[in-house]
Design a protein around this ligand. Structure first.
Ligand SMILES: Nc1ncnc2c1ncn2[C@@H]1O[C@H](COP(=O)(O)OP(=O)(O)O)[C@@H](O)[C@H]1O
Ligand SMILES: [Mg+2]
Length: 281
């Protein structure tokens, strides 16, 4: 489902293998601007590899990835291969990524938020500090001097994820990618992250969430994409995914742990807010 017809990222017949082990074998997907999307599928099915190919982290074997080039006044979809390094940097300036592992760099909270702003956006410390404070406030973390100087490695799992999200927010991105943002978190921290992801999303932003978190799907009811055996097995509204009788989806869905039912009920999302955001929550 698209909120409007502008494609932000287009993937055509994407193939990727490692040392003869085929991971992706013909992925076709369009991500539209403003969409709220989850990518699911069993461990090792290629979700992170798909994200990394979009991020241009390694060459692909076959297929085309196109990215919306907003620097062209006509906003054209352009092949990833056709962007030069500077143009790719410009794209990445407007993407926020919350990685699955090693979400934080070693160093202070301020260093963690500031590095991309410095390296990708070319900002100086004076400009970075107010942006960092605003981003920390947005994710419910302290923004005082002591916290800015705190080492990222001293934070709890939930706080570290929040900091990783604050870092992504500080880029003021068009597109947010989250790779398993709640894996390993306790139920309360997970619910906080669900709310954050939801609050950050709006019509001009695309949110793409790789997840195993059934609670997140049930609460946020995104467009759901399931990868299976290197292909897109399902792509549609969560309602249809939830009701699907496919013998691939059913066992996967049933075994997704639902750990947080009691907590979920306590942190219901305001339906008015959902409506304003055009989400089917
Ligand atoms: N850089 C790499 N080199 C070799 N194999 C890789 C690499 N990255 C991922 N793989 C393999 O690709 C498959 C998919 O991995 P991944 O996308 O991380 O799964 P998930 O869906 O759990 O995110 C796995 O079999 C993994 O071992
Ligand atoms: Mg992964």
């Amino acid at each position: 489902m698209a909120n409007n017809a502008q494609i932000e990222i287009q993937i055509e017949d994407l193939h990727k293998s490692f040392n003869g082990h085929t991971v992706l074998q013909g992925i076709n997907l369009d991500f539209y601007s403003g969409e709220f999307v989850a990518i699911v599928g069993s461990s090792g099915c290629g979700k992170t590899v798909l994200l990394n190919t979009i991020l241009g982290q390694y060459p692909i074997d076959k297929g085309i990835i196109r990215i919306l080039d907003r620097s062209d006044e006509n906003w054209v979809l352009k092949k990833l291969d056709d962007f030069n390094e500077l143009e790719i940097d410009n794209i990445h300036k407007h993407w926020g990524v919350v990685f699955q592992r090693n979400a934080l760099f070693s160093g202070s909270v301020l260093f963690n938020i500031g590095l991309w702003l410095k390296e990708i956006k070319g900002m100086d410390d004076e400009t970075i500090i107010p942006i960092a404070k605003k981003a920390l406030t947005a994710v419910g973390l302290p923004d005082d001097e002591a916290f800015l100087e705190k080492s990222g490695s001293d934070l709890s799992g939930g706080m570290a994820k929040r900091l990783a999200i604050a870092r992504a927010i500080s880029m003021d991105p068009y597109v947010f990618f989250y790779d398993e943002p709640t894996t390993g978190l306790d139920p309360i921290s997970s619910a906080t992250i669900h709310n954050l992801i939801f609050d950050i999303h709006h019509a001009d932003r695309t949110s793409i969430i790789i997840t195993h978190d059934k609670d997140l799907l049930i609460r946020l009811r995104p467009r759901t994409i399931m990868l299976h055996e290197g292909k897109v097995h399902f792509d549609g509204p969560f309602d249809e995914f939830e009701a699907a009788q496919s013998d691939v989806i059913r066992p996967y869905f049933e075994t997704m742990p639902l750990l947080h039912k009691r907590i979920m009920e306590k942190v219901e999302i305001d339906p008015q807010l959902s409506k304003r955001k055009g989400l089917n929550v």
